[in-house]
Design a protein around this ligand. Structure first.
Ligand SMILES: Nc1ncnc2c1ncn2[C@@H]1O[C@H](COP(=O)(O)OP(=O)(O)O)[C@@H](O)[C@H]1O
Ligand SMILES: [Mg+2]
Length: 497
């Protein structure tokens, strides 16, 4: 017998049943399919040979399918097949440094991904018993956030603000600040202009931050189904590292657009609209996403997933439907103010309306020397400033509060792409909160700040080291810091006069 006959003898004819349906109609981003009676919810359906879709609405005689790609070639009558698979993405260390789409296909020119594993896009969030409290800080490198609104690893902190108020900038600076800190960063862009994404990528590259980051892009011209799955896919990619015991930061930019994509899908599927025309399950859509962020217990590897979802408000209306939902799901919010942005107070964080609910316990102990005092006096200052605008005559104590507050605000001011190390932050914040900067004209504060930073790092390396490593600021260290600051400022004033 020759080889062919041997193979034929072994082969047995088997009946394989494929369900083959037909597309009944195609809409923007969705299709209706007839003839797939056994299809399961969220099963992948192959349309017209190449295009994939998600079985979404299971009606008795028709399936509503969310398209995961361009529908140009699809028409009524095209074939549709069940695949028996659910949507998954490649995961693994190979993804670091890469730019991928929502299905995990590379968008950069670094060739195919050689990952060995795939994981479902929708995964259950870690059970309570696997979770540990948030106790370790995630430094953003931004003074106003690290001191007053500290973020802990495993926390979910919403960044909320109108368009063009610096939301993306805060996320970008936080990613840049993870340079050399063994944190994997995942940036998920949803529904943005491609040019904005390209710009973001250029900044990441320029600051050498892509080497420890993964970018997942579903831009605004993708079908709504792709935008809808993008954050879940990005989270699956991020969870892989968390489950290896690593610390991961994920940014969703932004969930307002994500909600809009989901609304579009639901309306196309003729699901009943609710408030602001969003479907009734929009809360669940975001809560099941953000619930996946956590700090795992040591027995579970001790990894963490910190989430920074971004939401865009319109005319500062934080009580609109999506922002309120997100506020109630997250552990706090950083609210950005367009008024402050216009005045050039950057980052434009509205300290009075922002909060970080779990981060306080995770804040590095050295910040405690300054944070409590700063928060209180800054709040007083903001109140007083409004009052002072009416030209009221103020007593001396109020004038002092005003003068100090102006300098604290000047110190909080921080340009983009300049995240600051812990010890330097504490040194300048100490100078401001102790009123040592009061003699410096407000316009010169940033110059004085530079000098304090360089002197403190060069003269007190041991103290800086202790602060970074999580030791509290002892009284001697504090006195030593204040002494050096005093020296710097005396020299500064002499040079100025
Ligand atoms: N701290 C900052 N210093 C200087 N420029 C900033 C700062 N934060 C934001 N910007 C600038 O403001 C503009 C809007 O910021 P962006 O983060 O894109 O806003 P949003 O994401 O809220 O629309 C950008 O050009 C950005 O470079
Ligand atoms: Mg933005």
């Amino acid at each position: 017998m020759d080889a062919i006959e041997q193979v034929l003898a072994k082969a047995r004819a088997e009946l394989v049943i494929h369900e083959a349906g037909r597309v009944a109609s195609v809409g923007p981003g969705v299709a209706r399919v007839r003839g797939l009676p056994g299809v399961q919810s969220e099963e992948l359906v192959s349309l017209h040979g190449r295009l994939l879709g998600l079985a979404y609405n299971l009606d008795p005689d028709e399936v509503g399918v969310v398209l995961l790609g361009a529908s140009n070639e699809l028409a009524a009558g095209s074939f549709a097949h069940r695949t028996g698979r659910i949507l998954d993405v490649p995961v693994g260390g190979e993804l670091v440094g890469r730019v991928v789409d929502a299905l995990g296909n590379p968008l950069d020119e670094l060739g195919p991904l050689r990952t060995r594993q795939r994981r479902p896009v929708e995964r259950p969030s870690p059970p309570i018993l696997h979770r540990a409290p948030v106790t370790r800080p995630l430094q953003t490198g931004l003074k106003v956030i690290d001191s007053l609104l500290p973020i802990g690893r495993g926390q979910r902190e919403l960044i909320l603000g109108d368009r063009q108020t610096g939301k993306t900038a805060i996320a970008l600076d936080t990613i840049l600040n993870q340079h050399g800190r063994d944190v994997v960063c995942v940036y998920c862009s949803i529904g943005q202009r491609s040019s904005a994404v390209a710009e973001f990528l250029a900044y990441l590259r320029r600051h050498d931050a892509l080497s420890y980051s993964i970018v997942v892009v579903a831009s605004g011209n993708e079908p709504p189904g792709v935008q809808y799955i993008a954050p879940y896919a990005a989270t699956t990619i991020a969870e892989y590292f968390m489950e290896q015991g690593r610390d991961v930061l994920i940014v969703y930019d932004d969930l307002t657009r994500h909600a809009r994509a989901y609304r579009e899908l639901s309306l196309l599927m003729r699901r009943p609209p609710g408030r602001e025309a969003y479907p009734g399950d929009i809360f669940y859509v975001h809560s099941r996403l953000l619930e996946r962020a956590t700090q795992l217990r040591p027995e579970r590897g001790g990894g963490s997933l910190t989430a920074l979802p971004i939401a865009e408000t319109q005319s500062q209306n934080i009580s609109a439907y999506i922002p309120t939902n997100l506020i109630s799901i997250t552990d706090g919010q950083i609210v950005l103010s367009p008024q402050q942005f216009r005045k050039g107070i950057l980052p434009a964080v509205d300290v009075g309306r922002s909060i970080s609910r779990v981060g306080g316990k995770a804040q590095l102990p050295c910040y405690r020397a300054v944070a409590g005092e700063l928060r209180l006096s800054y709040a007083q200052f903001e109140e007083l400033e409004v009052f002072a605008r009416f030209g009221t005559r103020l007593d001396e104590a109020s004038i002092a509060t005003l003068e100090r507050g102006r300098r604290v605000r000047e110190v909080f001011n921080q340009l983009q792409y300049q995240p600051m190390p812990v010890a330097e932050q504490v040194a300048v914040l100490l100078a401001a909160s102790e009123g040592q900067l009061n003699a410096v004209p407000v316009k010169q504060v940033s110059k004085a700040e530079q000098m304090i930073r360089s002197r403190v790092t060069s003269e007190l390396p041991a103290i800086c080291q202790r602060m970074e490593s999580g030791e509290p600021l002892s009284d001697e260290d504090r006195a030593e810091l204040l002494r050096v600051i005093e020296e710097v400022l005396t020299a500064f004033e002499e040079a100025a006069s």
